[in-house]
Design a protein. Structure first.
Length: 586
């Protein structure tokens, strides 16, 4: 693109002030502190609108931490379903008298994710650039290449410049995604309202960064640290356990080439076991398991009777009939209503007891307002809701998706694999709340392939070069037609992807509008909310298909480009060493 276009201007604006990751994190902190101040003002209800900014979950966290501060159990708070560690982190709410301490902790974790995104994008797009890129400005020339640049021959200077130019572009893309996350209003609002998901999201990104860097540098210490981050994330939120298989498959050593006779004599099962027990996989898996078990045992000793039922087992049978984006909403609501009225009939007074029991369980006292579409005595609406409930909430389906996605994507592109795993898990989960969308939003910047953002970095090729398939012209030729065709296809892919995620966003807004009418205004719009849930589910499925189709296909070419650039840099260094030897001989 030309520099005058909006995308290029946006990139130049971000480069003007984002000279380091510390600056980006600082801007993210300032933006979230502003949201926090606005939230405190809304909570004071100065305008008398009756709006409350703080999330209900934050009140639960705070009350649980108050129980811990006074020597009790966090599970004295009836709806606390998290490990005691979270309540311990919020003890300063009462020890220091700072009711916003927990929010401050969550927003700091959310802002720090921009630094992790920056480093992961560097590792993904150009692994050799990660340890060489300076964090100030665009000084991306390594020290060892600087010292010996005068000794390079004329033939090695051209590829050297090409590699350095690519490092500059990779750093620009990494900085762009980091700035985008730092000023992201959605995650800023969720974290400053008091959602603890930013802690688990940060741990997942730390684990991903550690795995990518540990594999490249062959560092078992980094892999152990990544395993500890994943184990702590699983203890805090449980869902990151779906990443375990993908991480282990990614860390497997590459299959060595062998003849057909040798391949036929090797037992597949034994070979698989041997590869899983290799150093990197064993270190990572052991660290993750040990960390998770350690915190789990400590929590069980702290709360021997309440921890496992509330923080672990509860999530396997959880059913929410309110604030739930899942397609299970209507079936769970109808089952809750049936249970409430059955309990009322057993008590005796059908009218008064029904209302009392229904109100106690959080169900509207008149479920008949839901409406029905039936043939004879068969309620088709209830039957359809029940069928979708069983299909969408089947644990077997989720497990099958996790295994299939890990086996097919982990070795090809780990970042895309984690994104697909999270999107599938959220889409087919029994309970879906607004915080769940942040689980894969934090993985989206690190999974978007290079060709999507290449339109933002000013690499045009100008039609004067041969073109390398990524918009980088490097010679004099007539590659204008090929370049234009490639750019047209990439532009189509970009807008198709934007349309897919915009569709998900619109469905979420539609669901929120109908849910507001149901839960705040008290209107009987249960069927409309359920229809919005089905539309949202379908839109997420479409988004998953687009991610697999566009990200995976393009990531393979991006990986090959990264490998070729790494080889080019190695060849440059070899030529430099050869030139040095010639000079010494002379």
């Amino acid at each position: 693109m030309h520099a005058g276009q909006p995308e290029a201007r946006l990139l130049k604006w971000t480069q003007r002030w984002s000279h380091s990751t510390q600056t980006i994190v600082g801007v993210g902190l300032i933006a979230r502190l502003c949201f926090l101040l606005v939230g405190m003002w809304l909570d004071s209800d100065v305008l008398g609108l009756g709006l409350r900014y703080t999330d209900v979950d934050y009140d639960v966290f705070s009350e649980a931490s108050a129980a811990v501060w006074h020597g009790g159990s966090p599970y004295e708070r009836a709806t606390y379903r998290y490990p005691p560690l979270l309540a311990l982190l919020l003890v300063p709410n009462h020890a220091l008298g700072l009711s916003i301490w927990g929010k401050f902790l969550f927003l700091v974790a959310d802002a720090l994710m921009s630094s992790c995104i920056y480093e992961i994008v560097l590792e993904r797009d150009f692994p050799a650039a990660a340890p060489l890129v300076a964090l100030r400005g665009t000084n991306v020339i390594s020290s060892d290449t600087d010292d010996d640049s005068d000794n390079c021959s004329d033939m090695s200077e051209a590829p050297d410049i090409k590699v350095r130019d690519r490092k500059v572009k990779v750093e620009r893309r990494a900085r762009f995604w980091a700035v985008l996350w730092a000023v992201n209003p959605l995650t800023a609002v969720i974290s400053t309202r008091g959602s603890s998901d930013s802690l688990s999201n940060l741990l997942v990104l730390l684990a991903l960064r550690g795995v990518l860097r540990g594999r490249r540098m062959k560092s078992l210490y980094m892999l152990a640290g990544a395993g500890m981050a994943l184990g702590l994330a699983v203890h805090m939120r449980l869902y990151p356990v779906i990443y375990g298989l993908a991480f282990c498959l990614y860390l497997l050593p590459h299959q060595q080439s062998r003849t057909r006779l040798q391949a036929a004599t090797v037992t597949t099962y034994k070979e698989t076991v041997r590869r899983f027990l290799t150093g990197p996989v064993c270190v990572f898996a052991t660290a993750a398991a040990a960390t998770c078990i350690y915190f789990t045992v400590a929590s069980h000793l702290m709360c021997p009777t309440d921890f496992l039922p509330n923080a672990v087992l509860y999530h396997g049978t959880r059913q929410d009939h309110r604030h739930n984006f899942s397609v299970r909403f209507l079936d769970v609501y109808l089952s809750k209503s049936a249970e409430a009225y059955a309990l009322a009939d057993g008590i005796g007074d059908a009218s008064d007891s029904a209302s009392a029991s229904a109100s106690a369980s959080g169900v509207d006292p008149e479920p008949a307002d839901v409406g029905s579409i039936g043939v004879g005595n068969i309620d088709i609406l209830a039957v359809l809701a029940h069928v979708l409930h069983k299909v969408a909430s089947s644990f077997a389906i989720q497990a099958l998706i996790v295994v299939a996605a890990s086996l097919s994507l982990a070795r090809r592109n780990l970042c895309v694999c984690l994104l697909v795993l999270t999107m599938c898990f959220v889409c087919f989960n029994a309970v879906v709340t607004a915080q769940y969308f942040t689980w894969y939003l934090c993985l989206l910047p690190v999974a978007v392939p290079e060709h999507v953002i290449s339109l933002f970095d000013g690499s045009t090729g100008n039609g004067d070069g041969e073109g390398d398939g990524h918009g980088h012209g490097n010679g004099h030729g007539n590659g204008n037609g090929t370049y234009e065709a490639i750019q047209k296809q990439r532009r189509h892919h970009r807008w198709l992807l934007v349309a897919g995620f915009l569709n998900v966003f619109c469905c979420v807004c539609l669901w929120l509008q109908r849910a507001y009418a149901l839960e705040i205004l008290g209107q009987s719009v249960h069927k409309q909310v359920w229809a919005c849930s089905m539309l949202l589910h379908l839109s997420q499925v479409v988004a998953i298909v687009l991610v697999v189709k566009l990200f995976v296909r393009e990531s393979s070419s991006s990986d090959r480009s990264s490998d070729s650039n790494c080889l080019t840099e190695n060849r440059i260094r070899e030529s430099d060493s050869m030139e040095k030897e010639k000079e010494k001989k002379k």
